[in-house]
Design a protein around this ligand. Structure first.
Ligand code: SAM
Length: 292
């Protein structure tokens, strides 16, 4: 549980984001609602999408798969910028958020309900770029919607399933928890300012704690919408960047590197599948990053 005694909200902010207002008016809050709201405090969607687009290069000639499209970031923003993005996710609940956001953006996109385990059978080596973005989605492999904890092996398997969809010479984009957050020894507790969204008042308290002995991490949140509180708890393994790098290397990927993405909140790694005529879009460096 989140500890009592955390500071009161320092202030309140008026939020005019249409997607967030529609989200609040779309039934009971779920993990997708929480995710949509938390993203507001982490980054600016348009700025981060511009940063990802700068890494992608010209849209022309690139087929992209966002295999954890969730509620639509960054797929919807990239589609608006002219990219050809196939959107998949294993959660019907998240896709409900996606469809609402797509409608608001005026985009007629049909996301595909697809578990990562089924990606290789469906899209074997098809895409120029595969994106999996959202703060290290592999750490919640298979358990994003529940409180469970997947087997540690599920994480490397998940990354392999994403990479299987990259064509020879194509690129993979994955992100992960920021290195400085992995180094924290005390629980990190954040009470966000009260959000005033239309007629609604929203308070969020988040706590991330790391148990280094058991190598576990817990993200606990209290979401209060118009006085009604909902609690969420998600557990994951404690995975450092070098473990992610090892998983990428074990897949035989090349050019594995930490990529500074303008406007991105998380740490991003990119890699190339060897053997193709060369990656579409911007060329990638071949130098590997050292372990951190
Ligand atoms: C943290 S959200 C990120 C959503 C979006 N990419 C973003 O950045 O806002 C993680 C997403 O991964 C999806 N996911 C988790 N495990 C999955 C699996 N085994 N197969 C398919 N999708 C999965 C969840 O349903 C969720 O939508």
């Amino acid at each position: 549980m989140i500890k009592p005694g955390i500071p009161e909200a320092a202030n309140e902010i008026v939020v005019t984001d249409r997607r967030l207002l529609a989200c609040l008016e779309d039934g009971q809050p779920d993990i997708g609602t929480l995710w949509e709201l938390c993203m507001y405090f982490e980054f600016d969607r348009e700025e981060t999408a511009d940063g990802i687009a700068a890494w992608l290069g010209e849209p022309r000639g690139q087929r992209i798969l966002d295999c954890a499209c969730g509620s639509g970031f960054p797929a919807l923003e990239l589609i608006r910028r002219g990219y050809d993005v196939t959107c998949t996710d294993g959660s019907e609940m998240m896709l409900r958020h996606f469809r609402r956001n797509a409608r608001i953006e005026g985009l007629d996109i049909k996301p595909v309900l697809l578990d990562w385990a089924d990606l290789p059978g469906r899209y074997d080596r098809e895409f120029d770029v595969v994106i999996n973005r959202g703060g290290g989605n592999y750490i919640y492999a298979g358990v994003w919607e529940e409180e469970g904890l997947a087997a540690e092996s599920a994480m490397a398997e998940a990354i392999g399933q994403w990479a299987a969809c990259v064509r020879p010479g194509g690129r993979l984009y994955v992100d992960t928890t920021r290195a400085q957050d992995l180094d924290r020894t005390e629980p990190q507790i954040v009470r966000h300012p009260t959000m005033v969204i239309g007629d609604h008042r929203v308070d969020i308290v988040e706590q991330v704690s790391i148990d280094r002995v058991r190598r576990r991490r817990a993200w606990e949140s209290e979401l209060t919408v118009d006085g009604v509180r909902t609690n969420f708890r998600r557990r994951s393994h404690y995975i450092r960047h070098e473990q992610l790098l090892a998983a990428l290397r074990d897949l035989g990927l090349e050019g594995i590197r930490r990529e500074p993405i303008r406007g991105e909140f998380y740490d991003v790694y990119t890699a190339t599948r060897p053997g193709g005529p060369g990656s579409a879009g911007r060329p990638v460096a071949t130098e590997e990053v050292p372990d951190r």
